[in-house]
Design a protein around this ligand. Structure first.
Ligand SMILES: Nc1ncnc2c1ncn2[C@@H]1O[C@H](COP(=O)(O)OP(=O)(O)OP(=O)(O)O)[C@@H](O)[C@H]1O
Ligand SMILES: [Mg+2]
Length: 405
């Protein structure tokens, strides 16, 4: 009885994954009522079922009406419209199959002409969308065609693969991410941590009470976001400073940074193998001191012996103040220019401007992570990462709004 109730037509042709169905003219209505629930036949995107013995195949409606009529029949019909006989057509593509209670994507067998097509009932939908392990799945809403069916996501699959949420602007992507994060946070996985990198600062409100927030302009219950410059790889650090620099000078600065890092290891007696240190190693060094040394070298002028410096006033690394030397004589006499100078003054000026820029404080004045002139820090990377990942809140938000692009 039940089969007769849900049967709506039969297969006329099968071409690869696409199936053409002729709807039965015995259907009294396009909106049959089964078990008190109204179904609509032929909605694009809705499921249909093909029972094949012990298995059920499932397909999704892709086309309905005139465009779904097979070409051979179209030819016949164009000569004699009576042949159309008020019958309706639809095309569907196979998406999965159910064997026992288990639904899986893809099909291992193909239906053939004459096989009957059935409506998919709530119970079938439960099979298609169900089958989730309660412990490892999260509920993020309900299936749009049936409010009584929860929409679930397998957490193991979600986090062990890459995933993207795509949609046009305003379609609800941010909202969907917020719901996903909330659902995971509510699940109480004790030792899991979610780190949200939030470029627009839009998740603080969604995850209130569940998140620890790091932000440049932190309010009372938030934490200050610091990203110590010395933890950046060399190329990323240099890309912060505008202005061009030649390849030779780039290598020169790289060597100076390695020297500064080695200096830190020596002065603070750190247990780090010196051979392994590169300009990319996350070892603290004073960028003020580095700037000062490079700047001082460029500005030096010398007496006739080329050894005695013509210093007027020594500068200051902490205050980013350049040293002042006597101006070199244009005529070839004393004071002489430093003929080993690199022509780096323009680039050094751009560094000085960034170091003083208040919007870059999170990098260059990073509180306890900021190195003293001899490279000593009160707190190291382990503390930084512990702050981000070691809290008792399930989510940590790094709110990047307010950080220069
Ligand atoms: N499931 C939903 N039900 C009802 N309204 C929603 C839903 N999801 C999002 N909205 C609303 O739609 C609007 C846009 O949502 P959202 O900001 O998440 O979109 P978006 O795709 O992230 O947009 P953008 O591309 O601009 O970042 C918001 O006003 C939001 O409240
Ligand atoms: Mg958005």
């Amino acid at each position: 009885m039940k089969n007769i109730q849900t049967e709506i037509g039969e297969i006329i042709s099968v071409s690869g994954n696409t199936i053409t169905v002729q709807l039965s003219d015995m259907m009294k209505s396009n909106m049959p009522v089964i078990d008190g629930i109204v179904y609509r036949i032929g909605q694009i995107g809705s499921f249909l079922k093909i029972p094949l013995g012990y298995a059920n195949l499932y397909g999704i409606v892709t086309q309905i009406g005139a465009s779904a009529i097979p070409d051979t029949i179209k030819e016949l019909v164009s000569q004699n419209y009576n042949l159309l006989d008020n019958r309706q057509w639809l095309n569907m593509v196979l998406v999965g199959e159910q064997i026992g209670r288990k639904f899986s994507r893809g099909v291992s067998q193909s239906p053939t002409t004459g096989d009957k097509i059935h409506l998919v009932t709530i119970k079938d939908l439960d099979t298609i969308y169900g089958g989730y392990d309660e412990k490892n799945s999260i509920t993020i809403g309900n299936i749009s065609i049936s409010e009584s069916l929860n929409a679930k996501v397998d957490l193991n699959k979600l986090i062990s693969r890459h995933c993207a949420i795509l949609g046009s602007t305003g379609s609800g992507k941010s909202n969907a991410v917020g719901i996903l994060l909330n659902a995971i946070a509510n699940k109480d996985f004790n030792s899991s941590r979610i780190l949200v990198i939030d470029p627009h600062g839009e998740y603080n409100s969604v995850l209130r009470n569940k998140s620890k927030v790091f932000r440049i302009n932190a309010s009372a219950n938030e934490n200050k976001l610091f990203i110590p410059f010395w933890a950046l790889p060399f190329n990323e650090l240099l890309s912060i400073f505008p202005g061009s620099i030649s390849d030779q000078n780039r290598d020169y600065v790289r060597t100076k940074i390695v020297e500064a890092k080695l200096n830190t290891i020596e002065k603070n007696e750190l247990a780090i193998e010196k051979e392994l240190v590169s300009a990319d190693s996350p070892i603290p060094f004073s960028i003020n001191q580095l700037w000062f040394e490079l700047d001082d070298f460029e500005r030096k002028t010398f007496k006739k012996d080329r050894i005695t410096e013509c210093l007027i006033e020594k500068g200051n690394a902490d205050e980013l103040k350049s040293s002042i030397y006597e101006t070199a004589s244009p005529g070839g006499g004393e004071p002489f220019l430093n003929n080993k100078a690199r022509g780096l003054l323009g680039f050094l000026d751009s560094i000085r401007i960034k170091l003083k820029d208040s919007t870059y404080k999170f990098l260059f004045e990073s509180g306890n992570y900021h190195p003293s002139l001899n490279g000593n820090v009160t707190k190291d990377l382990s503390n930084l990462l512990y702050g981000w990942l070691g809290s008792n809140k399930p989510v940590t938000i790094l709110d990047l709004s307010g950080i220069p692009s």
